[in-house]
Design a protein around this ligand. Structure first.
Ligand code: FMN
Length: 202
């Protein structure tokens, strides 16, 4: 099949792209408005972009009537956000937190999520998350239908049980403890159920 994307409706374009770009890791993004209202929502247009300095990107689409979502509005206003890894155990509250709520209502409070304030930024982080990255906004790029937001990681929080030290003394995260879920097309998700190693041969 050959597809010309310019001939697709917005919904058809979304469905095709999100069924092809899989699996997508999920950033559970915590923010706070200038007025102090906390917010959390998931974003799977999410990627790491640099390790030095550690940086990541999320893309926040505009909502109905081209409205800006609370997450993008808060990040553009404060320049700060947290990104938590979504473990399988957090699937239900993560999905519930994607339901739209008015800007003055906190998804954390509505969903009974325990959270604390981050250390280096003014944003919440859910206590149930195995790992969270505190981020400061370094680039904001407005595109036709999304804001592409790049953040530099200013602090990592990782449960001790999820940390392992390799033979060279470097700390890494244990994928079995992180138990991350990833988004597929539609309402489908997946877990990491098979891991294999493959080194390049010289
Ligand atoms: C797993 C998952 C991934 C999502 N990924 C995105 C995404 O990459 N970009 C986006 O704009 N919305 C995404 N959404 C929808 C937002 O989470 C949703 O619009 C949410 O209400 C935004 O909240 P806010 O208005 O408080 O920012 C996703 C939803 C789910 C459940």
């Amino acid at each position: 099949m050959i597809v010309n994307p310019s001939e697709l409706s917005p919904l058809a374009a979304y469905k095709l792209a999100t069924s092809l770009i899989v699996p997508r890791p999920i950033a559970w993004v915590g923010t706070q408005s200038k007025a102090g209202v906390t917010n959390i929502a998931p974003f799977s247009y999410f990627m790491g972009v640099s390790s030095q300095p550690p940086s990541l990107a999320i893309s926040v689409a505009r909502g109905r009537n081209h409205s800006i979502k609370d997450t993008a509005a808060n990040i553009l206003e404060t320049g700060e956000f947290s990104v938590s890894v979504v473990s399988h155990a957090l699937c239900h509250p993560m999905v519930q937190s994607s339901l739209p709520l008015p800007p003055d209502v906190s998804e954390l409070v509505e969903n009974d999520l325990d959270y604390v304030q981050c250390d280096t930024i003014s944003a919440p982080r859910p206590l149930g998350a195995v790992a969270t990255m505190e981020c400061k906004l370094v680039h904001a790029h407005e595109m036709a239908s999304v804001h592409l937001l790049v953040g530099e990681v200013t602090r990592y929080h990782i449960d001790d049980a999820a940390v392992q030290v390799d033979e060279k003394g470097h700390s890494t995260a244990r994928v079995d403890i992180l138990d991350p879920i990833a988004r597929l097309g539609g309402y489908d998700y997946c877990r990491v159920t098979e891991v294999f190693a493959k080194r390049p041969q010289k």
